[in-house]
Design a protein around this ligand. Structure first.
Ligand SMILES: [Zn+2]
Length: 78
């Protein structure tokens, strides 16, 4: 995803603003892997293969997310 997209994203649960930790970028600066964090509810949403996974709790797949994010630095995962 493009870093500027962050301005348009909000937490799907409470519409809170999100902060971004970037883990991997491609050569054009797009974010490939990262973690979005909502300071309001403390949820974290991973960016996987360039796509922010901004799903409400009932549609999230922790097993799928953990398979990918477990390879990331511990401080970026929940
Ligand atoms: Zn939130």
């Amino acid at each position: 995803m493009q870093p500027s997209l962050l301005d348009k994203l909000a937490c799907p649960m409470d519409k809170g603003d999100l902060s971004l930790n970037i883990y991997t970028r491609d050569t054009t600066g797009n974010i490939i892997e990262g973690m979005l964090h909502c300071a309001h509810c403390n949820r974290q949403y991973p960016i996987i293969y360039g796509l922010p996974i901004l799903a409400p709790d009932e549609y999230r797949q922790p097993t799928l997310e953990n398979n990918i994010t477990r390879h990331w630095p511990k401080e970026l995962t929940n």
